[in-house]
Design a protein around this ligand. Structure first.
Ligand SMILES: O=C(O)CCC(=O)C(=O)O
Ligand SMILES: [Fe+2]
Length: 749
């Protein structure tokens, strides 16, 4: 297939592969496409001339009546003389087309310079899609009114969008007031509750799609707002469902479309209809549309009027969360047809078409208010669950850990209960169709959903990818993160790191980068294989993932210096096995030796040690020994205890191997107190061990011994990490070995 912008087939390659494999063995898609063509009907939507509203009296009342009637009967109508001039409509469209013409990378990398769109306003495809039918073949800028109003720039997109948004937002409020008035409700409800930070404009582009209608421009959905005002270009493709049939909404450049959303349906107690609609992508031509969504603040309570309200009261926040949960759990929005007592006890199916068997609503479930945290419900199809590659299972493991770290509760039992409830409810709703809740791998599914929640918890994600152990990436990232401790968790900038090690094939790599794109993560990689590194580089660029290649620059520089090409083999690769194996066994020997020699054991063996550490209790001798042993050094440690003679062998061995450790008495006392408490020492022992006089006495004793042995360097461990003390020890060790005057740690390769 040719390449598209945005890169649908690359990013959703698996969905395409699965689809076309399945398609060759089934006729379903052709049949479906045929049925859709058959079922479509020609209707003329109500067309309402709004100029009559200004004329007052009978004409105005008549106009209001038509608006209410169309909302009841259709939930969808067209308006003319709406206040937006044809010239402004054309100008806005022209600027919008220009914005979408920007390279994908520029759009994906956050916002758009001309309009100062905030990062995250650009959306494309459907990250939660598990099959082609759930993939939206479209891209969009999703911008809250507040951003539009405050955007700088007096020309181009910024200016026209501001002008357009100002007029349609007034129009939306006015229409809502009329609809409220016709219900006998207070009409200032919208002025009070619909805030500019929640209302937003969504500019969409539907690229030509050669495999339409196998993939939708936008899946069937209802809008989750009060009402939507839409302007579509001349291409067509918008359809609405009426009486179980899909109807084409013919384009008309001069009209605006008004679409009643779920909130109005609930608020009007079912009087006004929130109709399902979708966009069928055109095979040859791209299509553009601009939608304005009238949304209330999160805490606004939607309460039906009337004596017997069909819906229980709920806040917009609750509704959005339920929609997001449903998309996550079922792959699609359930909306008002949900009867789940957990949230909407009485939300009944308001139309013949329950949404329970439909593909998901677009991303975000339309319309998700602008600041909705990115909650992409990425659910792998069953077949993919079975095929989870290393990268994917790591993703899941990490997501679990991350969810915990981010404070997201892993309440699987609750999830199960909710799922069961919903299933029962769906069956009772009597649509008789499967609700697509076939979770063959609920464990995994839950995890992926949690991962999204964790991402939404606001932490920044850093992915580390390696075709080896990942040690280098992990340590480099840790070192760099050390520079940002001042802004971490408690200071509003939490960071989660995730290591994917042993990533050896491109497919795994692509999966991870896609996930990084979905999560807005950055990628740091050490890929010895040049091709893998290049693939990572390209994919990150393509999908707007910020990335750093740790290994290539340094490998290239060394290669240039040595005049030799790198092998391209990751650590542990078969071609590198021999030298590694030797190194490995050396390390194992060292570790074994060090463990046996801990805490003064086997003094007869001291001569076999590379390094001997001497110090009082709790100066970190054991962890330092183990750390050094992992680097291949045989280490013995000897405790200094008052009244206990040091082993004779300590003074017989090469004295340049001995290193003394010392620590600040106050710090030592604190460590010892904690230690004594955790070990449950008696008061008497505790006092001896950790009281200041005793601590000082012991350190003086150590000092004297150190003074008597001036060859032993005394290393201060106070406030040092094990790694730092190790560096100090190794530097001296190596310098002594090589008699070098430059302080350095040398290793021969
Ligand atoms: O682009 C269109 O025609 C429809 C857009 C839409 O339904 C939506 O964004 O919710
Ligand atoms: Fe919509």
């Amino acid at each position: 297939m040719e390449s598209f912008d945005p890169p649908f087939q690359e990013f959703y390659k698996k969905l395409f592969d699965n689809h076309f494999i399945n398609q060759s063995s089934s006729k379903n898609n052709r049949i479906e496409a045929f049925q859709e063509a058959e079922e479509r009907d020609e209707f003329e939507l109500p067309l309402i001339d709004l100029s009559r509203l200004n004329r007052g009296g009978f004409e105005s009342e008549e106009c209001k009546r038509e608006i209410a009637e169309a909302s009841q009967e259709w939930g969808f109508f067209q308006v003319v003389n709406h206040g937006v001039s044809l010239e402004l409509l054309e100008r806005t469209r022209h600027e919008q087309v220009k914005a979408f013409k920007k390279p994908f990378r520029e759009k994906a990398n956050g916002g758009h310079r001309d309009l100062n769109f905030p990062a995250g306003s650009y959306r494309w495809g459907t990250p939660s899609a598990t099959c082609l039918r759930q993939l939206a073949w479209s891209e969009a800028f999703h911008v809250p009114l507040t951003e539009i109003y405050t955007a700088g720039g007096a020309t181009g997109l910024s200016m026209t969008t501001k002008q357009y948004a100002t007029i349609v937002s007034n129009l939306a409020e006015k229409l809502a007031e009329i609809l409220a008035e016709k219900l006998g409700k207070t009409s200032d409800f919208f002025k009070k509750n619909c805030v500019p930070s929640m209302c937003y404009i969504r500019m969409s582009r539907y690229p030509a799609c050669p495999i339409s209608p196998q993939v939708f421009g936008l899946m069937p959905h209802t809008d989750s707002d009060f009402l939507t005002i839409l302007h579509q270009d001349q291409i067509g493709g918008l359809q609405l469902q009426k009486n179980g049939k899909w109807i084409d909404v013919h384009p008309n450049q001069e009209t605006l479309l008004v679409i009643i959303g779920d909130l109005f349906q609930a608020w009007s107690n079912g009087a006004y209809k929130s109709l399902e609609h979708r966009v069928v992508a055109n095979k040859q031509f791209e299509r553009f549309s601009t939608a304005y969504f009238l949304c209330p603040s999160s805490e606004t309570v939607i309460e039906s009027c009337g004596e017997t309200s069909i819906y229980r009261r709920f806040s917009f926040l609750e509704f959005r969360q339920q929609v997001q949960d449903d998309v996550k759990r079922f792959g699609h929005k359930i909306g008002l047809s949900r009867k789940n007592k957990n949230l909407k006890k009485e939300m009944i199916s308001s139309s013949a078409s329950s949404l329970s068997n439909l593909p998901p609503s677009p991303t975000p479930p339309n319309p998700g208010p602008p600041p909705v945290p990115k909650q992409t419900a990425h659910r792998l199809p069953e077949s993919d669950h079975r095929k989870l590659n290393k990268g994917s299972s790591q993703l899941i493991r990490w997501s679990r850990a991350r969810a915990i770290r981010s404070g997201v509760k892993l309440d699987r039992s609750a999830q199960r209960t909710l799922q069961q409830n919903t299933e029962v409810v769906d069956r009772r709703s009597g649509d008789g169709e499967s609700s697509n809740t076939d979770y063959s791998s609920e464990e995994d599914d839950g995890c992926v959903a949690e991962m999204e929640e964790a991402a939404a918890a606001g932490a920044k994600q850093i992915y580390m990818v390696s075709d080896g152990t990942g040690w280098t990436a992990e340590h480099s990232v840790n070192a760099a993160l050390g520079q940002f401790e001042h802004c971490f968790v408690d200071r509003g900038c939490p960071v989660n790191t995730h290591l994917f090690s042993g990533i050896e094939d491109v497919e795994q790599l692509m999966e991870i980068i896609k996930q990084a794109a979905r999560e807005g993560a950055m990628l740091i990689y050490t890929l010895a294989d040049e091709n893998m590194a290049a693939s990572a580089r390209h994919a990150c660029k393509r999908w707007g993932v910020p990335s750093t290649d740790l290994l290539s620059p340094i490998t290239e520089a060394i290669s240039l210096h040595l005049g030799v090409s790198p092998s391209g083999l990751p650590r542990g690769a078969p071609g590198r096995k021999f030298p590694l194996t030797e190194d490995y066994f050396k390390r194992i020997d060292a570790i074994e030796f060090t463990i046996k020699q801990d805490d003064g054991a086997l003094p007869a063996n001291l001569h076999k040690a590379d390094i001997v550490l001497v110090g009082v209790s709790r100066t970190g001798k054991t962890p330092l020994s183990i750390y050094l042993s992992q680097k291949g050094f045989k280490v013995a440690n000897v405790p200094l205890v008052m009244g206990v003679a040091l082993p004779k062998t300590l003074f017989e061995i090469d004295q340049e191997k001995v290193f003394a450790l010392t620590i600040n008495p106050v710090v030592l006392q604190t460590i010892r107190r904690a230690r004594a408490k955790s070990l449950g020492f008696t008061e008497q022992v505790r006092t001896n061990y950790s009281e200041m006089d005793h601590v000082r006495e012991e350190l003086d004793f150590a000092c004297k011994i150190f003074a008597q042995n001036p060859t032993w360097p005394v290393i201060e461990v106070t406030g040092k990490a094990i790694e730092e003390t190790a560096v100090a020890v190794l530097r001296l060790y190596q310098d002594r070995k090589t008699r070098c005057s430059m302080p350095r740690i040398s290793k021969r390769y």
